[in-house]
Ligand binder design. Structure first.
Ligand code: SF4
Length: 355
């Protein structure tokens, strides 16, 4: 079975047919169309398979706020750096180490003697906190990682939560000047948790999409067909994984531990109800409560001159249009969050040689 699936996914003939159909349909739309992928893994797929290069000239594909490392607000980076410098042990995923904060990154804090540990999973962080009150897990990511943080928190792990929810951000993008999105390539991984029905309030053409080149091309075609007909609905290209109602167990534990709150996104600003704050009854495992004395003193974040990460994350600036791209800002010396992660648009563009 797996072999059959691989043959279909790797069939260049299928891809060529899809590209041909995309060109036909795009040719019958007499205007430019802007599509956005809102998942960092889709940004990787688009770059890896050179998908932009085969699209017709009136179809533009831009990256959105789908990299959890990139959208983490500067203030949250500063808060966790401050926790580390105050003597708290911070456990985090590797990419978060290098995101520049106003004073320094978590890597910088470690160089100054702070105890910052890179973990591969939240289970590692849970092991570290056994019999200790001074360990904080930096809970980053969308609905895909939030369930694991919730389970670990219930087991005693203290979490600094910057978990976010994706549909609220997509709605915000549709309200923003200059963004002008005609359709979304919606995230297959997030959708596996929240289900296709979670997007019904997002007023745009949307296709929930898998992670093969064939998936992305099929989604572009499905979006163009919707746009040609003037439709704005949710379609599910990734129905081999995503159902309408999602994963009830994962949604249940998210709802048990977290509640919706306003969240600050790099690029989008504060988006109402788009964050997952820890419920009061779990307050003793909420780093913002346990270490409020440290966090109350964190200064207003400083923005770096010339960094255009915010515009990159809204799809209004392409990475190479930032004056720092490939010069002062490179993967080995990132000036902005979008250059740090393997899912960041600038990092992906740099590796793909888009100068
Ligand atoms: S090139 Fe660097 S500084 Fe410029 S937008 Fe990208 S990450 Fe930010």
């Amino acid at each position: 079975m797996r072999l059959i699936v691989m043959v279909v996914f790797g069939d260049s003939g299928v891809c060529k047919k899809l590209v041909g159909r995309i060109k036909d349909v795009a040719g019958s739309i007499d205007r430019d169309v802007k599509l956005m992928e809102v998942c960092g893994t889709h940004t990787q797929v688009v770059a890896r398979y050179g998908i932009r290069s085969v699209l017709p000239s009136n179809v533009k594909l831009v990256s959105g706020p789908g990299c959890p490392v990139c959208v983490t607000a500067q203030r949250d980076i500063d808060c966790v750096v401050e926790l580390a410098l105050s003597g708290v042990t911070v456990a985090t995923y590797g990419d978060m180490m290098r995101v520049p904060g106003s004073r320094m990154s978590l890597n910088g804090a470690r160089a100054e003697g702070a105890d910052v540990e890179v973990v591969c999973s939240v289970v590692d962080a849970l092991r570290m906190c056994r019999d200790r009150e001074d360990v904080v897990f930096f809970g980053v990511g969308f609905e895909t990682t939030a369930p694991m943080s919730a389970v670990a928190l219930k087991s005693g792990l203290c979490v600094y939560s910057v978990h976010k929810t994706m549909p609220a951000a997509m709605k915000m993008l549709l309200l923003m000047d200059k963004v002008n999105i005609d359709g979304f390539i919606s995230p297959g991984n997030v959708s596996a948790i929240i289900g296709s029905s979670a997007y019904r309030d997002v007023d745009a053409a949307q296709v929930i999409t898998g992670f093969e080149a064939v998936d992305v091309l099929a989604s572009v075609l499905m979006l163009l067909l919707q746009i040609r007909k003037g439709e704005r609905k949710v379609e599910n290209e990734y129905n081999r994984v995503v159902s309408a109602r999602g994963n009830p167990a994962a949604l249940g534990v998210i709802d048990e531990v977290f509640e919706a709150r306003d969240a600050d996104w790099r690029g989008l600003g504060v988006v109402g109800g788009s964050g997952l704050g820890i419920r009061k009854r779990f307050g003793r495992f909420d780093a913002e409560v346990r270490f409020s004395d440290v966090l109350d003193d964190v200064m207003e974040p400083k923005v770096f001159n010339g960094c255009r990460c915010g515009e990159v994350l809204c799809g209004v600036c392409e990475p190479h249009e930032c004056g720092l791209f490939g010069k002062k800002c490179r993967p080995d010396s990132p000036m902005g969050a979008c250059m740090v992660s393997s899912e960041g648009a600038c990092g992906i563009a740099y590796v793909a040689g888009c100068f």
